[in-house]
Design a protein. Structure first.
Length: 337
């Protein structure tokens, strides 16, 4: 299969592909998603096959309006209107109990709930609206690898496996949406993102945070909860504080070629080490936006270990560290390692 990069004037071709049951990757403000008609079971199964994704991992349904969600949900919690008015379109995914039989089990993971999001991207909203179909949209990458933040990243992973990629340049946020579960009495964050706990609490009051480890037998309610994610080809270690010199000495003692993914000040201290700049002023939002691109960059570099800067887990740092800890399998460098 030839995979086409759709430009702005080729939206109608992308729409036709979705209607025909084909796969089209699309841009959002978070990462690029892999789109298929959410009510076409055969098309959705192709998404799992293209990504190499476990089939018990549910998919987020992307819509172009809140009205589309009403086709699948009977009763909405009273806080839904406030959330939608405040955060849609935007990087917030909402989980609701759905009407039986309205979505294929391959979308929901066999659960009685489903996740919905209205992305803040004009091209993708037009794609959904013109196709007349809600579309599933897991990250458009090979399962387990860093999520794509450009059309080129998608093409690298999925060339020959999908019909095309709707190009809209680099994504703005760079990490996937916040997932908020509204199917239980207390709203619960299942995956952190750009919409922080503090931002949600300011609109709807206190929210809970799911911190449990999903077991091998459990079907997760949201993507990104169960399997190893975001991992480049080499081992990753998270470096905090002033441990950079010690980390590089550790690598040298083991004859391992290191790479650095960090703030400009760290890179300036070790200019001879292969590097990718996350931010110039320790701004975690910029670091989050560039994290996946940096992880992908080092897949093409001759290194043996990648040291990545950690940030405080507050505000956007919660989402950043959530993704980084998954990429590093929870490994932090310590001087006694």
């Amino acid at each position: 299969m030839d995979t086409k990069i759709y430009q702005a004037d080729e939206l109608s071709e992308a729409v036709a592909a979705i209607k025909a049951g084909q796969l089209v990757a699309f841009p959002t403000e978070t990462v690029y998603g892999l789109g298929a008609d959410a009510q076409n079971e055969a098309a959705v199964k192709q998404v799992y096959a293209a990504k190499g994704r476990p089939s018990d991992n549910p998919l987020i349904v992307h819509v172009s309006s809140f009205e589309q969600v009403k086709a699948f949900v009977d009763n909405f919690p009273v806080i839904t209107e406030k959330l939608v008015e405040t955060f849609w379109p935007g990087p917030l995914t909402l989980i609701f109990p759905i009407k039986p039989g309205t979505l294929p089990a391959v979308v929901t993971g066999g659960l009685s709930t489903a996740a919905f999001r209205m992305p803040n991207n004009k091209k993708t909203l037009a794609l959904i609206a013109q196709s007349g179909r809600p579309i599933v949209g897991p990250s458009a990458n090979t399962s387990g690898k860093p999520s794509p933040t450009t059309a080129e990243h998608v093409y690298h992973d999925l060339k020959g496996k999908i019909a095309g990629v709707l190009d809209d340049g680099s994504t703005e946020i760079g990490v996937e949406s916040t997932v908020l579960d509204l199917s239980q009495a207390v709203p619960m964050i299942l995956r952190p993102g750009a919409i922080t706990e503090e931002a949600l609490a300011a609109v709807i009051g206190p929210v809970a945070i799911d911190g449990h480890l999903v077991s091998a037998e459990e079907v997760p309610k949201a993507p990104g909860m169960k399997y190893r994610h975001y991992a480049p080809q080499v081992p990753v270690q998270i470096v905090e504080g002033a441990d950079w010199q010690a980390a590089l000495a550790w690598a040298a003692a083991r004859q391992q070629r290191p790479g650095i993914l960090a703030d400009q000040a760290v890179i300036a201290a070790f200019p001879a080490v292969p590097h990718f700049e996350l931010t110039t002023d320790n701004d975690v939002a910029t670091a989050a936006q560039r994290l996946f691109a940096g992880l992908r960059y080092f897949d093409e570099q001759p290194i043996d270990v990648l040291f990545v800067q950690g940030f405080a887990e507050q505000g956007m740092g919660v989402a950043y560290m959530n993704r980084l800890k998954k990429a590093a399998s929870g490994n932090f460098f310590t001087s006694g390692t």
